[in-house]
Write a new protein. Structure first.
Length: 80
């Protein structure tokens, strides 16, 4: 009786893991396209944010300063 219960639990767990792995494969972005757009930017789009001063952070978002100059800022400063 104990062997049957252990075997059925093993089969159930194995089935759930296979189902989870299948769902993960379906939901992923293609690996060959990840980060390709920022890899062409100088320093791969990273630097020091001119507004908050964070270092080694992605500077991808345009921001207009008081002098009407557009600069690139980090994600946290994009709505300031």
């Amino acid at each position: 009786m104990k062997k049957v219960i252990c075997l059925s639990i093993f089969v159930l767990v194995h089935h759930l893991i296979k189902k989870r792995d299948l769902m993960n494969r379906m939901m992923k972005m293609a690996k060959r396209n990840r980060g390709k757009t920022i890899s062409y930017l100088p320093s791969r789009g990273r630097g020091t944010c001119p507004l908050c001063g964070r270092t080694r952070i992605k500077l991808l978002y345009p921001h207009k300063t008081v002098e009407n100059v557009t600069i690139k800022v980090c994600k946290m400063c994009r709505h300031k």
